[in-house]
Design a protein. Structure first.
Length: 122
């Protein structure tokens, strides 16, 4: 990358820009950014991946999987819950977490596939 990675003159396609700006105004991109921000933390990504491997894990399972305290795992799970990434249910004194829906599993799977492609193409 250097001087060649930007346009050398300023020129844009007004029709294309207006169309895309119109589509962008219909979407809530701030919530999309918050979703990716929540997944951007390595421990939360590990938790999401772990929940792709098993339908349901208790907080203690998660803590052991990511190598953290129960308090740290619980903090990350709360963040993921606030962003709608995981849901939980109580069973007696245990709290079990699972992915909120299959879209999160798809995001994790796609991200991992993309990473493998990038390694091959480098």
């Amino acid at each position: 990358m250097g001087k060649k990675d930007t346009c050398e003159i300023y020129c844009y396609d007004e029709e294309k820009v207006n169309r895309i700006q119109g589509e962008l105004e219909k979407e809530d991109m701030s919530s999309v950014a918050l979703l990716f921000k929540a997944l951007a933390d390595e421990n939360r990504a590990k938790i999401s991946f772990a929940l792709c491997q098993d339908d349901e894990l208790c907080v203690c399972d998660v803590a052991n999987i990511i190598g953290s305290t129960v308090a740290t795992a619980s903090h990350h799970l709360r963040t993921l819950h606030k962003q709608g990434i995981v849901k939980y249910r109580k069973e007696g004194k245990l709290a079990f977490y699972s992915l909120d829906d299959d879209h999160i599993k798809q995001l994790i799977t796609i991200a991992l596939a993309h990473k493998k492609e990038v390694k091959v193409n480098v």
